[in-house]
Ligand binder design. Sequence first.
Ligand code: SF4
Length: 476
Amino acid sequence: MTGFIEGEDRAQVTLFPEALDDYITEENSVRVIDVFIDNLDLSKLGFKTVSADTGRPGYHPSSLLKLFIYGYLNRIQSSRRLEREAGRNVELMWLMRRLVPDFKTIADFRKDNGKGIKNTCRTFINLCRQLNMFTDTLVTIDGSKFKAVNSKENNYTPKKLQFHIARVEKHIDDYLKQLATKDQEESRVADDRPIEEKIDGLKKKLAELKALEDEINHQPDNQVSTTDPDSRLLVTQGMSRSVCYNVQSAVDTKHHLIITHEVTNTVDRNQLCRIAKKAQDAVGKKDITVIADKGYFSGTDIKDTQDAGMTPLVPKGDTSGSNKKGIFNRSRFEYDAGRDRYICPAKQELPYRFTSVEKGQMLKRYWAYDPTCRVCSMKPQCSNSKQPRRITRWIHQNRLEKMEKQLSSMPESVLIRKQTVEHPFGTIKCWMGATHFLTRRFKNVSTEMSLHVLAYNLRRMMSILGPDKLIEAMAA
Ligand code: SF4
């Protein structure tokens, strides 16, 4: 071993033992966590800070909260691993003052303090706002699918359930036929169980499936997940499907901090205004610009966002399929606001005809005079029917046209959105590992997500300001 750097003798006795504090550098992230939590009023945030009068005193919530923040900052999310680390990790020994709670205490703290943890996450965003981190009023909103503790096999849709019911019924029929032949010896299969026992097992399974059928019919989206009932089968990247949660978040485009988030189990559509309003509250400004992808395009939602004082920028995807069918896209018809009529590609007028109400929306109808269309050379590209092409206009369509103009004056918004939202989601998913969430049900998954978001934002702020400046700001 000569010629190499040598370590210390393990049996060496030191005259003055080193203090735990000597192992923790001034810029260590545990010092940031320590100052942040020590400066919070935990009872105001919703944590129980009074110990029970009887029995052994419990751990103070600040110790367990510090433990969790450290864990989520260092990819240690499970309570068993946190218990192990508290007993051997010098940083945690310093942070926890050598307290080593057992995994059950750790897990229960996360389970029972969802409200407090969410408020802590919000408090950190308030701190960022006080530090003028949200000077830019540009925010992106996006959803990302995070895998739930529920396999695809344990998610049922009506079609899948019918398939399983038919399969089990067929098995039962087959066994009953075997029983009828009374040739028990020959009809036994590999596992050697009596046929009656197998039929009983299958009947039990059939009863379970029938009960699920009932449950599915009562769900608005016609699906049931059996391990985590709140999770849903959703389309993920590349049109593949996974049982997951759709986490909505608003991210500031300047520093990539997650301003607000919410765990949902539905698609992005109709979530824009609600999340944008939460972002308004978080940054303390009304007139923010909100960029989202075409999955958020919903006329009423966009109008509501505008009514709330914001500027939404959401591109519209082509859902009509007219291009594929080889007929004119609606965008080829120009609206003449002064005369309230459309001008078709053949430069003919489509005057207003009548207004109807569909699904609560007032829709105006326009079409050209029949004789004009009948002799038009563009008729095959205009409409598949014998009737003239009809154009429908929502009474608040002008709002969407205004947004289209704003979008075309800001073509870089697509790139800004992509660059902004990929950063936090990519980072958090990398920290989570292959399994994403560890807990089940909305309440617990939301607490987990708040811890991830808090850890992400803390890490971002440490890189932007540096640990020393952040500590200074927290302690001020
Ligand atoms: S068919 Fe009628 S609406 Fe269509 S382009 Fe011709 S004139 Fe215009």
